[in-house]
Design a protein around this ligand. Structure first.
Ligand SMILES: Nc1ncnc2c1ncn2[C@@H]1O[C@H](COP(=O)(O)OP(=O)(O)OP(=O)(O)O)[C@@H](O)[C@H]1O
Length: 225
């Protein structure tokens, strides 16, 4: 699903920020990504969702070496990846409903079903009363839930989320984790960067831990049980 072989990454002429990363994420897995601020978590995720290219080493996604992809092949691959960005990246002039519907409309889905599907999901993430709100009319936590709804609406093969529970209270963080688990049960591989140790322990999934640009995979409590 996601494979890194001896990957190194530096930004422009700066120092290397990821070193010798070897990683093999099984399809259908659920992984937490942890590590201190500045350790390289977002950089690793950017490599996974093809926003950055590695400086060295090899990355394969869905069994394809990304170095061999043409520009024309990239959009189809990207459509299989749902991303929740740290800074949300919502479209400011579109309502909550239209933000979430956008990926389905781009994919040409039947408009009559798009609306029901989106409203259901907005309900699920606790935004039932804000279906027609613009992003700026929502709180930080509500915008985050909207960004999550947009990332999961197309049931991507791979969901990548950078601190998706950073701006929400504990009850909502739990609910979001259940939503990710439901998506995972339906076949989506999930990678979530988080500092929330309580959630990591509660859900017991394996942990990818980065420190000083080096990655270590630790078994989750479920695997050890
Ligand atoms: N666009 C960029 N240009 C230059 N250096 C960058 C860029 N983005 C990140 N870095 C550097 O790469 C290193 C890793 O940053 P990264 O954002 O991946 O860390 P992080 O673990 O996600 O941190 P946080 O938990 O604070 O979000 C840091 O030293 C950072 O300064």
């Amino acid at each position: 699903m996601v494979r890194f072989e001896n990957v190194g990454m530096r930004y422009a002429a700066g120092p290397e920020v990821l070193h010798d990363i070897d990683l093999d994420l099984e399809p259908g897995g659920f992984f937490f990504l942890t590590g201190p601020s500045g350790a390289g978590k977002s950089t690793l995720l950017k490599l996974m969702y093809l926003a950055e290219r590695p400086t060295r080493g090899r990355i394969s996604l869905f069994d394809r070496d990304i170095a061999g992809l043409t520009r024309a092949q990239l959009p189809a691959l990207r459509r299989r990846i749902g991303v929740v960005f740290q800074e949300f990246r919502l479209i400011e002039h579109l309502s909550a409903l239209d933000n979430v519907a956008l990926p389905l409309r781009i994919a040409g889905r039947d408009e009559a079903r798009v609306k029901d599907h989106v409203v259901d999901l907005l309900h699920w993430v606790g935004l039932a009363d804000h279906v027609h709100a613009l992003p700026r009319e929502l709180s930080g936590g509500q915008q985050q839930r909207l960004a999550i709804a947009r990332a999961v609406i197309s049931q991507p093969s791979l969901l990548i989320a950078d601190e998706p529970t950073g701006n929400v209270d504990d009850a909502i963080a739990l609910r979001l984790l259940y939503l990710f688990e439901e998506l995972n049960r339906r076949g989506t591989t999930v990678v979530i960067a988080t500092h929330n140790q309580a959630l990591i322990e509660r859900f017991g999934h394996p942990v990818l831990h980065i420190e000083d640009g080096r990655l270590e995979r630790r078994p989750g409590s479920r695997e050890l049980a």
